[in-house]
Design a protein around this ligand. Structure first.
Ligand code: KG4
Ligand code: ZN
Length: 366
């Protein structure tokens, strides 16, 4: 089974052709293309929705052609089409949706309206193998530019929210810290690079909001405010006058605080997972753009060793937004007998993962 996936919910234009592996539960990427629109948005210091949507219109059709050429497949051989229809920026979501629906209609194949977060949640299964399997259920740490959640993943379309952020997403906190320190855009990788050059990564005693509390949720606004205050002590003209060393030390102090918060929140969520799934987790999966962060991956590896959990982190390139995860979410639904979604399916700027349901079965599978 093969599905063509389309992702354009933010500033990545991406197309992928993915198939199920005949020998196990997992998948294989036949070809994928990802174009990050960083250059188009850099001068604004963040994503401009209208510019992003216009770029998606230009880029995605070309990516579809080159993906089919590279995989030596024509559209008639594809078993279904999957497009991100939320959550995200409405202009970009509409572009993916119209493209996916048009191809599904012309080729008389199912259309899957995919939740972007479900794509992140299931990516680890796409790239799993017999040696490193990812079976349901598992505990998921979903850390991206728009979300920071801990989820019990019971199966396709069966997601139980254990913890979420009360204010900013963790990727947003990285991006704001980068802006404050004059490190540029995109912020997460820039903070990570600066932190690597720190001489005293604990120079700044930053707060760890929510840490130690039985409530498993996250909060980053206090940490963000503290980074701002620490930076201001150097000068009122932060970006030019802060020394390179102070900037790197502050980036590292921030990153350490984030890592401490993640581990603490995961520890609190373990018992909530057990209450819902009726057994302790055996595997932790991390997903979303921030999962590319090496310092975070290192502390999560240790956390899993301490709690007898298997740890799975997809390759950094598959943690960031991509279309392979969207095609894969469609495949997971198709092979369970999912009939696909209506061509009237709406694009939804807000669409919580926990509101999803398992696939609606095809007549023949009932
Ligand atoms: O999942 P993603 O690509 O897009 C969303 O769905 O939001 O995540 C993007 C976020 C951005 O906030 C970006 O700064 C952050 O992931 N990010 C990182 C790293 N790479 C990307 N944060 C920390 N360290 C990184 N290496
Ligand atoms: Zn994402």
């Amino acid at each position: 089974m093969k599905i063509l996936g389309i992702e354009s919910s933010c500033d990545e234009s991406a197309i992928a052709l993915v198939e199920t592996n005949a020998h196990n539960d997992f998948g294989a990427i036949l070809h994928q293309e990802i174009f990050s629109q960083f250059d188009a948005h850099r001068e604004y210091g963040g994503v401009v929705p209208e510019i992003a949507a216009r770029h998606h219109v230009e880029i995605l059709p070309k990516q579809i052609e080159s993906t089919l050429r590279a995989a030596k497949i024509d559209l008639g051989q594809v078993d279904g089409f999957a497009a991100t229809t939320g959550p995200g920026l409405i202009g970009g979501l509409m572009v993916a949706s119209v493209l996916g629906k048009a191809m599904a209609m012309v080729h008389q194949k199912p259309f899957f309206a995919i939740n972007h977060l479900e794509g992140h949640a299931l990516t680890a299964r796409l790239v799993a193998s017999d040696d490193a399997p990812v079976h349901f259920p598992y505990m998921l740490l979903l850390v991206s530019g728009g979300h920071c959640q801990i989820i019990a993943v019971e199966g396709v379309g069966r997601y139980h929210l254990l913890a979420t952020t009360l204010d900013d997403a963790v990727g947003e906190a990285f991006d704001k810290t980068a802006k404050l320190l004059g490190l540029g855009y995109p912020g997460g990788p820039a903070v990570e690079q600066a932190a690597k050059k720190a001489q005293n990564p604990n120079q700044f005693p930053l707060p760890r909001p929510m840490m130690g509390k039985p409530d498993p949720n996250f909060s980053f606004s206090g940490l963000k405010a503290a980074v701002r205050r620490a930076a201001i002590t150097f000068s009122s003209d932060l970006q030019t006058s802060m020394t390179e060393m102070a900037r790197c030390d502050l980036a590292a102090s921030f990153q350490n605080a984030v890592c401490d918060i993640m581990v603490d929140r995961l520890a609190v969520s373990l018992k909530h997972y057990q209450t819902i799934i009726k057994q302790p987790p055996s595997q932790l999966v991390v997903a979303g753009g921030v999962a590319a962060n090496q310092a975070l991956r290192t502390v999560l590896t240790q956390f899993c060793a301490d709690h007898q959990l298997r740890f799975t982190a997809p390759l950094p390139a598959l943690c960031a937004d991509n279309a392979a995860m969207i095609a894969w979410a469609g495949l997971e639904r198709l092979r369970l007998g999912g009939a696909g979604d209506s061509l009237d399916a709406k694009s939804l700027p807000r669409w919580p993962l926990s509101s999803l349901t398992p696939p609606i079965l095809n007549e023949s599978m009932r």
